[in-house]
Design a protein. Structure first.
Length: 260
């Protein structure tokens, strides 16, 4: 009965630095970054930071969603609990791991860094794999903490053009903020700006702002408040990629031009 009660989902679906690295839910690498700093991202230290940061984020998202449904039947209160926990964990993870890996925690952010030639394609690929593994670990830990099946594929249907548009908007906004802050050389502000955007998008977007392919994949593995059906994951990820490219493009077009 307890597990069954956790499956209910709302109709509006949930949820410079001294080395100048990207943050995502965090900052994108500065263009004048030294080559030796680029190499640091391929180290086990940086990859461990990406793994842990993504795991912390996803564990907070899923775990707070489960706790919310156990504490109240009010969906608005559950969503609020989920939002506060997510933005707090995200801010802490950015602070902890930004100096080590850049604190991407998000394949969409890593993709933009690669597109802008701020990291090698091979590095980006490794980052993405580690982020996905971290997301899976975070979900598994959350499920175990609440004595649920270690892996329980979600049955939460999150389909419809409104949700697809929502993911484009949420991810575009995220990358627009990140790229704009970096281009203005204000990447230190992203520890506030990124959680603030995600927190706001929890409530103004119909999808509650997944805005992260790794998080989306992880959330297919929990049949609870924050879960998403595996059948809906690929469309979400496709829209997130579109949004990331759009947000970065707009930010670069609006960036002030340097006088030669």
């Amino acid at each position: 009965m307890r597990q069954e009660s956790l499956k209910n989902s709302p109709s509006v679906h949930e949820p410079q630095t001294h080395i100048q690295l990207t943050v995502a839910y965090s900052s994108i690498l500065m263009e004048n970054h030294a080559p030796d700093m680029l190499d640091e991202r391929a180290t086990g230290r940086a990859l461990m930071a990406e793994f842990l940061g993504t795991a912390i984020l996803v564990c907070a998202v899923v775990g707070s969603g489960i706790m919310g449904t156990l504490l109240t039947n009010d969906i608005a209160v559950t969503l609020l609990i989920n939002t506060v926990s997510t933005i707090a964990a995200l801010g802490v993870a950015i602070w902890l791991f930004q100096p080590i890996s850049g604190a991407h925690f998000n394949p969409a952010v890593t993709l933009i860094a690669a597109v802008r030639k701020e990291m090698r394609v091979s590095e980006a690929g490794i980052y993405m794999i580690v982020q996905i593994l971290g997301a899976v670990a975070g979900v598994v830990i959350a499920n175990i903490m609440f004595e649920l099946p270690v892996v329980d594929f979600s049955t939460n249907d999150r389909s419809g053009y409104g949700l697809m548009l929502s993911e484009v908007l949420a991810t575009a906004g995220l990358l627009f903020i990140i790229v704009t802050a970096v281009l203005r050389e204000r990447s230190e502000a992203l520890i506030i700006l990124v959680p603030a955007w995600i927190g706001a998008a929890y409530f103004f977007s119909s999808s509650t702002s997944f805005a992260n392919p790794a998080v989306t994949i992880g959330r297919t593995l929990t049949d609870t408040f924050t879960g998403i059906s595996p059948a809906n994951a690929l469309p979400f990820i496709a829209m997130q990629i579109v949004g990331a490219l759009l947000g970065a493009f707009i930010a670069m077009k609006l960036a002030p031009r340097k006088v030669k």
